[in-house]
Ligand binder design. Sequence first.
Ligand code: ZN
Length: 174
Amino acid sequence: MFQVILPLKRGEIKWHILRLSLRFVSLHESELLQGANMPVYNNEIFVQTTGRTDIVDLTPLVSKEIIQSGVNDGAATLFVPGSTGALSTIEYESGVINDLKKAIERIAPEDMYYEHNERWGDGNGYSHVRAALMGPSLHIPIIEGKMTLGTWQQIVLLDFDNRPRSRRIIVQIS
Ligand code: ZN
């Protein structure tokens, strides 16, 4: 950067660019420094599911992780590996849980034709489509040691596979 700037001869322009680049460099370095000092908390949550659109409330388990991490202001990233699982938030009460299950059944019905079943014979084409539509991750801001969830908003794991599964959820907090 300096090699480009220094050969410039007109003073004002030179100083202007130099000042801009100095600001850029110092910002960049302070960011790097911060990144190096910032601790990252990594852990995993294990959940046994029944499959077939099993919806499990993860909120108490994630809250425990936030406390354990000691992070006061930051964010939690949650991710479920596997292409038939998903994460979302919902009010965890049986009425709306059943409403969501019915809505998902209307969007990607189990008994439809799926090319995936033809190719793999594992019968879970609908599970993959449902999981892709819902998404595998969540990013939740933490303020004053608490997740910024709404009062009636819980974190849920959705297992769409057509069999019981042991699920692993990655938790990263910083
Ligand atoms: Zn499959």
